[in-house]
Structure formats: structure tokens, C-alpha cells
Write a protein that binds this ligand. Structure first.
Ligand SMILES: C[S@@+](CC[C@H](N)C(=O)[O-])C[C@H]1O[C@@H](n2cnc3c(N)ncnc32)[C@H](O)[C@@H]1O
Length: 186
């Protein structure tokens, strides 16, 4: 009832209104609350996955999977069990289309990563904004198992010492990489 009134006021048909809410709503949500879609450079993906020293079957998550590039590479080159969550409908659809060409075992799920469980993760990769990293430290980090690596493209967690850092590479135009390791003490 409220929806149809709003649709009428905005001069949309109800179908157009639903499409706008379903597609634009989550897209604006991710841009405001976490990060817009900006894919990591392939060279950055390669050096982040290499730094993780992945074993066959390792559980890898990408929080905000974008077009799925991390997951496909992790699955194809490291035989990882790779799962990603993407909440922007158009980006997620694009990732599903690209999956046809990658032909990997990676799972690209449509969903909000704040609502997921990562307690079985061996590696979490992210490319998220600084404020989102602070929220991640509060809400997701405490539930990870000891030994889990969190590898972040460009943005660090404020006031949290990384386990390792890969420097910025000006020549290749790559940002720094921050590696955090979950222990029983942090
Ligand atoms: C900067 S892009 C990084 C994409 C990919 N990880 C990469 O490095 O190429 C961040 C992605 O996170 C997605 N995102 C942001 N908040 C999200 C949320 N709460 N749940 C799922 N995806 C989210 C955005 O839609 C965007 O595609």
C-alpha cells in the first residue's frame, strides 16, 4: 500500500518502482556503508594471494567480492574453497556472467557480508574503506579462529598493528597490503 502510494507520487509504475528499490537500494547501501565497486588490479590480487601462502582446500572469503576475481584465482591457482559475498545486484550479476569464462569452483553469493559467519575462514580478503575496516575489527574479527589471515588492499585497521605489510609499489601503481593474523590474544 505504502509502496504503491510512493510509486504513484514518484510517477513510476509499480514494476519500475520495485526494480528501483531492489536494484538501486542495495547498491546505495553498500556505497554508503562499506565501499563502492572498484576492482583490485590483477597484480595486486596475485601478490595478496601469494602472501597468504594458501594450502589446497583452504577456506577463502572475499567480503564484497566484486567481479569475483580473487575467488576465481584462489580456486583455480591454489585449489582453495573460495566463497564471496556481493550485495550490489548489478555487480553480482556481472560476476555471475564472468564466471562462465573463469570456469572455477568459486561460489559467488548474493548477500550482505555483515550477516554471514566466517568462523571457518583460513583467509579473508577485503578492499573496503577505512571506517568499514574499523567496523570489521569490532564485528567480524572477534569471531575468527586463531590462524586466520585477513588481507586488506590499501586500507588498514586504525590503531591495530598488522602482522605483516607489503609496501606500496609506485612503479606498478599498487597500494599497500595489510596482513592481520588472528591469534588467541587479539
Ligand atoms: C572496492 S570493491 C572490491 C571488489 C573486490 N573485492 C576486489 O578487490 O576486486 C568493494 C565491493 O564490496 C561490495 N560490498 C560493499 N558492502 C558490502 C556488503 N555489506 N555486503 C556485500 N558486498 C558489499 C561492493 O558492492 C563492492 O563491489
Amino acid at each position: 500500500m505504502i509502496n504503491s502510494t510512493l510509486a504513484t507520487i514518484l510517477n513510476f509504475s509499480i514494476i519500475e518502482f520495485i526494480l528501483v528499490v531492489v536494484i538501486i537500494g542495495p547498491t546505495i547501501y553498500v556505497m554508503v556503508t562499506s565501499a563502492p565497486f572498484v576492482p583490485s588490479q590483477m597484480k595486486q590480487v596475485d601478490r595478496m594471494l601469494k602472501a597468504a601462502n594458501l594450502k589446497k582446500g583452504a577456506k577463502v572469503y572475499d567480503l564484497g567480492a566484486g567481479d569475483g576475481r580473487f575467488l576465481h584465482k584462489a580456486a583455480n591457482e591454489y585449489k582453495a574453497n573460495a566463497v564471496g559475498y556481493e550485495y550490489s545486484p548489478l555487480v553480482w550479476l556481472w560476476s555471475k556472467f564472468l564466471s562462465i569464462f573463469w570456469r572455477s569452483s568459486a561460489k559467488l553469493r548474493f548477500g550482505n557480508f555483515w550477516k554471514q559467519d566466517f568462523s571457518d575462514a583460513d583467509l579473508i580478503v577485503v578492499y573496503l574503506l577505512p571506517n568499514t575496516m574499523i567496523k570489521l575489527k569490532k564485528e567480524i574479527w572477534p569471531n575468527l579462529k586463531p590462524g586466520t589471515l585477513l588481507i586488506s588492499h590499501s586500507f588498514s585497521i586504525k590503531d591495530f598493528k598488522p602482522w605483516k605489510k607489503l609496501p606500496k609499489n609506485r612503479a606498478k601503481k599498487l597500494g599497500p597490503v595489510w596482513i592481520y593474523k588472528k591469534t588467541t590474544k587479539n
